[in-house]
Ligand binder design. Structure first.
Ligand SMILES: Nc1nc2c(ncn2[C@@H]2O[C@H](COP(=O)(O)OP(=O)(O)OP(=O)(O)O)[C@@H](O)[C@H]2O)c(=O)[nH]1
Ligand SMILES: [Mg+2]
Length: 599
């Protein structure tokens, strides 16, 4: 396609503002979906994306569009995720295109990720088209939301379209605006230069690399090299998604598509890498992307120790499709052999463990999530701590550093007080506050370890669901941190250990004990649950003895029913882990740290 007729753009927005639904309507209008393949949020192809109604992985489609004047265009659309954990997907999508369609739910307005994503698009010099979605809903307030966009983001909304991604209202007009207002790609050179946007393992295609051709032409059969590692490949197949797979012979300048090149491992495909022709010595690499770094870590253990190998294989498979997920061996005195795994955030952790349970049919124990600390020891060595058990003896520690985030919280003014109280309880430092039209934009700095567990849930409940939140890790600072141990029946269960701020240790310790008292079922002897810092007990609860006889309420004869009930109880037991004499349910390891404000 002639380069002036190409439009490459990302659809960006806060979570649930309707990006994937808008992509559906665009695909439909451009004839990319027939009735057979038609479904809602067609680009959300992972089972877990469909079930939860969220986008995790950015997706690209190529469509042909004929505008009202009869001119034909090629559109390459990148649907992106809205949740903060996956903002990395947004950043690399943005670098593959020239413009962004910024979707804002007209019943709500600018939210935290609207701001964060809009700023990312501004940073890469995108032309941004604001769009007001959900026009079909009675609560739609386009004028208020336009003003909101102008005031908070500072972009002109005089030509912003009001659409309904659900009914399709206004979407064709939006497409006309897109081809008219968004710039076409530029090219100056003849030699091939392409950006490696993404790579994944596809069961059907094998290792698949999403590329954006910047200059020159990428052809089937061509020999190419990846500049970062100098790997050489022969392009076996080339194509694009509509969303179905379409093969073609070449991708010209400005085009986005995929290649297969007998690449053995996704690990060889560095996102942000530059691809050039094999014998081209002059080509200069593109600046590349910042790698995505896991910020939240937890231990994952098989309930049944014989599942260890299977778990390892599942991780290998998972990592093929998810370069942000990391894992390494770990052993726990309480849980045996397992892995320490790294994630982009709590949602990423949740969906990954859910996929393991489901796709690989594994019964797992997930320990409480924590962040990465840095210890400077007495000899000034820096030690990276991903697991509380790695914390050296206090006598050897000079200081402990913890990661802090810069966050933006957008909340109706009525809830501002409670939200600030929550942030302060979490050791937050207020940096800035702006109030516009009864909505507060609050900038806070917070320690990451205070927000990974339950901050988001609390923020939502404190604000009746109205607050939105975005954050970025920015630096490490010294903190007065201690290791909190939990003893069940007088024995430390290392999987419950946690690194906490000294001023919060007692409260957290008390809450964990209290929570465990409810999570661990009564057994036929008394079980003390204690929290301790450096051997000093700071909290205690007791689980009273109780013998649960499930058959007690069955009178007399019916043996088969009795058997069934005992079977059922046995099954329930499989979900427990035995510690000395005590059985702890598998969910307790994760849940214990989710401590509500009522405790
Ligand atoms: N009434 C109405 N509902 C809409 C409209 N657009 C989207 N929705 C609904 O809003 C919800 C979220 O839509 P999605 O398209 O999945 O939102 P998204 O922005 O892709 O969400 P993430 O990818 O998770 O960030 C779904 O239940 C949609 O049916 C609209 O124009 N009108
Ligand atoms: Mg989506």
């Amino acid at each position: 396609m002639e380069i002036s007729k190409i439009r490459n753009f990302s659809i960006i927005a806060h979570i649930d503002h309707g990006k994937s639904t808008l992509a559906d309507r665009i695909i439909e209008i451009c004839g990319g979906m027939d009735d057979r393949t038609k479904k809602d949020q067609v680009l959300d192809s992972m089972e877990i994306e469909r079930e939860r109604g969220i986008t995790i992985k950015a997706q690209t489609v190529r469509l042909n569009y004929k505008n009202k004047k009869g001119d034909e265009y090629q559109l390459n659309i990148l649907d992106t995720p809205g949740h903060v954990d996956f903002s990395y997907e947004v950043s690399r999508s943005l670098s593959a295109c020239e413009g962004s369609v910024l979707v804002v739910d007209s019943t709500q307005g600018v939210e935290a990720q609207t701001l964060a994503n809009a700023y990312q698009a501004i940073d890469v010099n995108h032309e941004i088209l604001p769009v007001l979605n959900k026009a079909d809903l009675p609560a739609s307030e386009p004028e208020r939301v336009k003003e909101d966009i102008e005031q908070t983001i500072g972009i002109d909304t005089s030509e912003a379209h009001l659409v309904s991604a659900k009914t399709g209202l206004g979407v064709e007009d939006l497409l006309d605006q897109i081809v008219e207002k968004l710039p076409s790609p530029n090219t100056n050179e003849k030699n091939l230069k392409a950006l490696l946007v993404d790579s994944w393992y596809d069961n059907y295609l094998g290792v698949t690399v999403l590329v954006r051709v910047l200059d020159g032409v990428m052809k089937k059969g061509m020999k190419v090299k990846f500049l970062s590692n100098n790997q050489q490949y022969n392009i076996d197949r080339i194509g694009y998604f509509t969303p179905e797979i379409n093969y073609c012979d070449e991708l010209g300048p400005g085009e986005i598509g995929f290649i297969n090149a007998s690449i053995k491992s996704v690990a060889d495909c560095k996102v942000g890498d530059t691809i050039a022709e094999l014998n081209d010595e002059k080509i200069k690499p593109l600046p590349g992307f910042k790698p995505s770094l896991p910020v939240v870590f937890c231990g994952i253990y098989p309930v049944d120790t014989s599942d260890y190998e299977r778990l390892k294989e599942s991780f290998e498979k998972l990592a093929l499709n998810d370069s942000s997920f990391t894992y390494e061996n770990e052993t726990s005195a309480a849980l045996g052999y397992g892995f320490r795994c790294g994630f982009l955030g709590l949602l990423h952790l949740e969906v990954t463990t859910e996929r393991l349970r489901r796709e690989f049919d594994l019964d797992l124990i997930t320990t409480a999530p924590g962040v990465v600390y840095k210890v400077i020891d007495r000899n000034k060595n820096e030690i990276v701590i991903r697991n509380p058990s790695e914390l050296p003896d206090p006598a050897e520690i000079d200081k402990i550093l913890e990661p802090w985030v810069k966050s933006t919280i957008i909340v109706p003014q009525d809830y501002l007080g409670t939200v600030i109280t929550l942030c302060i309880e979490k050791r937050g430092k207020q940096k800035n506050l702006n109030i516009q039209n009864n909505r507060a934009i609050l900038e806070m700095e917070l320690p990451l370890n205070e927000i990974v567990i339950d901050f988001y849930d609390k923020l939502k409940s404190y604000s009746k669901g109205y607050a939105s939140f975005d954050y970025q890790v920015y630096d490490y600072f010294e903190g007065d941190l201690v290791k909190l141990n939990i003893l069940v029946n007088s024995e430390t269960v290392d999987a419950f250990s946690n690194i906490v701020h000294k001023t919060r240790a007692e409260t957290i310790g008390r809450r964990i004990c209290n929570k465990l008292k409810d999570l661990i079922p009564r057994q036929n002897f008394q079980i003390p649950i204690q929290a301790a810092i450096y051997g000093k007990i700071i909290a205690r609860e007791t689980i009273k003895a109780f013998r649960k006889d499930v058959t007690a309420k069955l009178y007399g004869g019916d043996v088969s029913r009795k058997k069934k009930l005992l079977e059922k109880q046995k099954k329930g037991k499989k979900r427990m882990k035995q510690f000395g004499n005590v059985e702890i349910p598998q969910t307790a390891f994760f849940e214990a740290l989710k401590i509500g404000d009522q405790d």
